[in-house]
Structure formats: C-alpha cells, structure tokens
Ligand binder design. Structure first.
Ligand code: IMP
Ligand code: MG
Length: 178
C-alpha cells in the first residue's frame, strides 16, 4: 500500500477541497471581465488544476506546459522546456498553476519566458509554498498552503514518479528517500 510509506498526513482531503474552492471563488472575483487562461505546469499540478478549474465560475481556457530541470532529486538547476504551450498568449491574462514553490527557479524562468509573448498579465497560483527554500526573489500571487521545509507527496506531487495518486498531501518517510 502506498499509504504505508507516509510518515504523516500534512494536509487532508477535506482541507485541500475547502481551500481550493475558496481560491476558485477569489479568482472568480479577481478575473471578472478578463481574458483568463490557466496554465498548468506538468505533472505535479494536474490534480490541483483539475479541482481549481472547476471552482472558477468564469469563461477560461486551459493549457499545459512541461519543463524539466537539469540535475536530479529535489534540487532544481537550469530549466528545459519539454512541451511548450499550444495557445497564442496575445492579450491573455495568464494564471500559472503550480504544485509547490521551492527555490523558485522553475517559475522564475517560466514567467520570464512567457512575459515576452504579449500577455496582458501574468500571475502565479501555487498550492503550496516553501518560503524558507527560496533562492530567487519570487512570491506567489495566490497560495493555498505555506508548508515547512519537508519533502511532501500526493495530490499530484511525486517522489521518483510515485505517490501522485495519493488523495492527500503527506510527508514521506525518510527511509524511502535516504
Ligand atoms: P523550484 O524550481 O525549486 O521552485 O522547484 C519547484 C518544483 O520542484 C515543484 O514544481 C515540484 O515539482 C518540485 N518539488 C519541490 N519540493 C517538492 C516536494 O516537497 N515534493 C515534491 N516535489 C517537490
Ligand atoms: Mg512542479
């Protein structure tokens, strides 16, 4: 059972559902009359994206991009675009949907790149934020949960491509990754 590898539950299914609904209401208010497009950064944010988009009561488009960072494990170095967006960004109010903001390098790179494509605005919505780990100056416009500096999995987030299908956010047992 994948649950056996979890040290403790950090954020329950109920807490996730409530916060994501609340964020959806906030975005619905803030983006009245705008040209909203949600961009999910694969793969960690797919579950968050799927729930968040259904909590937004506005016309909006969605798209996906996939980036990989050179270097291994949980550290991120330079960023490589594996799959770019399909939709033209001219006059789009872009909301980047991320699973977790760690060093900030990934989002720093992505926002800089997308800002050159004629967007009307770019904001960041992240499910979780580890502010202690920040290397580049970047703060999310929307954040559901600030979390401590621990390795978390579930609700889309992985360790070695596993645990994405856990319905809650859990802290992985140290023996699994050490
Ligand atoms: P950053 O560029 O260092 O901010 O890296 C952010 C990315 O690293 C996230 O989108 C995740 O894919 C991954 N990441 C960072 N912390 C964790 C974690 O605790 N669990 C799983 N993935 C993480
Ligand atoms: Mg990610």
């Amino acid at each position: 059972m994948i649950h056996d590898d979890i040290e403790r539950v950090l954020i329950t299914e109920e807490e996730l559902a409530a916060k994501v609904k609340e964020l959806g209401r906030q975005i619905t208010q803030d983006y009245q009359g705008k040209n909203l497009m949600l961009v999910s950064v694969l793969k960690g944010s797919v579950v968050f994206m799927a729930d968040l988009m259904r909590a937004i009561d506005l016309p909006c488009r969605i798209d996906f991009m996939c980036v990989s960072s050179y270097g291994s494990g949980s550290t991120s170095g330079a960023v490589k675009i594996v799959k770019d967006l399909d939709i033209d960004l001219h006059n789009v109010d872009l909301l980047i949907v991320e699973d977790i903001l760690d060093s900030g390098k990934t989002l720093h790179y992505i926002t800089k790149m997308l800002a050159d494509r004629g967007t009307a605005s770019i904001r960041i919505a992240t499910l979780m934020d580890k502010p202690e780990r920040r290397v580049v100056p970047l703060s999310p416009d929307y954040c559901c949960f600030p979390v401590p500096d621990e390795f978390v999995v579930g609700y889309g987030l992985d360790y070695a491509e596993k645990y994405r299908n856990l319905p809650y956010i859990g802290v992985l047992k140290r023996e699994i990754y050490e």
